[in-house]
Design a protein around this ligand. Sequence first.
Ligand code: BDP
Length: 742
Amino acid sequence: MISITSRCGERTPPRARRPIPVCLALLALLLGLLLALPGAAQARALPDEDGYALWLRYLPVQQVAPLRAVSAAVAAPAATPTQVVARDELRRGLEGLSGRRPAAVDGVPRDGVVVLGTPASSPLVAALDLDLAGIGEEGYLVRSVRIGGRAATVIAANSDIGVLYGVFHFLRLAQTGQPLAALDVTQAPKVKVRVLNHWDNLDRYVERGYAGESIWDWHRLPDWLDPRYTDYARANASIGINGTVLNNVNTSALALTPMYLDKTAALASVFRPYGIKVYLSARFSAPIEIGGLPTADPLDPAVRRWWKDKVDEIYRTIPDFGGFLIKANSEGQPGPQDYGRSHADGANMMAQAFAPHGGIVMWRAFVYSHEEPDDRHKQAYTEFVPHDGAFEPNVLVQVKNGAIDFQPREPFHPLFGAMPGTPLMMEFQITKEYLGFATHLAYLAPMYEEVLRADTHARGPGSTVAKVVDGSLDGHALTGMAGVANIGVDRNWSGSHFDQANWYAYGRMAWDPYAGSADIARDWVRMTFSTDPAVVEPVVGMMMGSREAVVDYMTPLGLHHLMGRGHHYGPGPWVEGGPRADWTSVYYHRADARGIGFDRSAGGSNAVAQYAPPVAAQFGNLETVPEEFLLWFHHVPWDHRMASGNTLWDELVLRYGRGVDEVRGMRATWAGLEGRIDPARHHQVAVFLGIQEKEAQWWRDASIAYFQTFAKRPLPAGQAAPPHSLEYYKSLQFPFAPGDGK
Ligand code: BDP
């Protein structure tokens, strides 16, 4: 007979076994003692995390058994650096997630082997005779198959890098708790060039950076290869980013000197196995500054020779160099117009130097001249459209998502759809220069999605920005997307835990511009915080509402460019004067006794005419313009009736308040998650949300105090008056706010 005893521990000798009640009583006593000790709650909490691992934490999942069943072993080639990193990442990930290191095997001796490779690198993959024709160089298949009667998962591609991407996809499925036994995934990127743009100076200052210094330790390069570079490459490869522009668009010509090219080559060698090419920003006047020439005129033969020699030199150092990013004739940077030449002249000179090497030129359309008094909204279109079709085939024109400058909300840039003969690449800002720096929680993917899904109507209905970017609208094979990076040396990489999501989402959307922001958020939360639905759903909810909250408390109803001067921190709707009108706030909001907003309709600057006729008609008419763009396109009387029935003034005040309320809601939601997220990360996010609430209130109060001097109307019932005078808000100074341009 089985005796009714229970063992408190395996090593207890049978004779010492105690009956259940005694054992339980002892346990209860122990627990009671533990709870009575100070810090007991801490002892039960999840271990602290610092965020360094990003979304690649590989912590044990709930479904360990099903995961182990499909990943008992790995059969992978390891003859190239990329094959090695693919195999090692898979084993590392599976070991973390399942608690057991999968064995490395040559064949498929049992069920549950993950087979990696290309038909060329793996006889097992070759024997499966998979149809890999449609997935290109970077695509992959992840499929549940049977090999020799055994159940296996195959991750196959046409190239090693495709296999690595497939490994990361498989690990994502495992991390997010998806079923893994009947997989049939086919993926290929819809955009070819998927790059980060670092606005990092050679002295490690990051322009508009809120995560500490630049991660590029130029001084110690090329010898010291910080392990962080490898983790950077892993993180980027995990989301499909395949290029990085290392230095600021406002660059020193020194980045092109041999000393810095050696340093760049060292970084390229770290990134190469991960499929990441390096690119550099080049200063247009470099032939003068480091070449000793008297001019940088793009039609001057000596200048053209200099660039050709420079590019040849770069390829001798970095054989797979990606190309240049150029900011020219914008905000005081030198460019072809200094010599009476066009953007096409400048871009083509460089593109011809790159053509023999397969490199590209990303030429920015973020231009507005110092002299031009026209609406800044119109200038890029005015300067670029006449050159449509005139660029070399290896030039991408890089266009910011909106016509002004990375504001919390902008209508899509009118260049999208307007240059059918030229591949246009998208430039998003990941760093939150205008959305609260690193402290405010603002998930940007809904903003990216809004722009990508916007219909340009350029070739009839359905001509979305995404179709311009992926080349399908006008049949371009060279396509691209750039994201201005939010990365620095902060332990958590991006200055706040939630800003990691913007890096993550950018990569996912560069791979697939049709991806949904909520789906991406869900994946990210599961990988970054927890797969517990009690965490996932509320956190995704916070993220999805967060950008709209920022719009509301900073720039509701189409207002834009109202931030503090220079550093762009905090509200500054009163900013006026200075070197140029279009660097002031009053230029953009145009508030007066009659109303507020920038008239860009036919009766105003007529910027609307740069959009296709149906869009121009919609935006240009006060009756049909979406309310979120109302004051972007129209100067509207304070008593104008809004859809809500409120007057414009009342609605404006209510929207500011709504934004602040939204932040309060996020704080409450987050507070409710205590104990479900490790204390260190929970605490920092909670404190940052407190900062956000304070600053959202400040934006609301200062903006209302200022605009009320024009509206001269009372606040709607129940809305609190700003606690300080307008003079007080105007007097606040922030001489050391981070990220200011230098
Ligand atoms: C603006 C930034 C400035 C950048 C510029 C650009 O304030 O620091 O240099 O964009 O994109 O938003 O070139």
